[in-house]
Design a protein around this ligand. Structure first.
Ligand code: SF4
Length: 63
């Protein structure tokens, strides 16, 4: 099982993560910055890694 860190200081609110894996990521209503909803469950690793790789700000890290 993988764990994801979301760095709100690095996030630029591009929203790729929320589009790619909406079950794991959302965007704050006010500032648009990433909200990590929960850690990936079994079977969600691929979507989580895809979101990490697509983040233009490198704000998502796999621990
Ligand atoms: S893809 Fe990256 S920059 Fe865009 S909202 Fe998600 S964490 Fe922030």
């Amino acid at each position: 099982m993988i764990e994801i860190d979301a760095d709100r200081d690095a996030c630029v609110g591009a929203g790729q993560c929320a589009v790619t894996a909406p079950e794991l990521f959302d965007q704050n209503e006010d500032d648009g910055l990433v909200v990590l909803l929960r850690q990936p469950a079994q079977g969600e690793e691929e979507a989580a890694r895809k979101a990490v790789s697509l983040c233009p700000a490198r704000a998502l890290l796999e621990r």
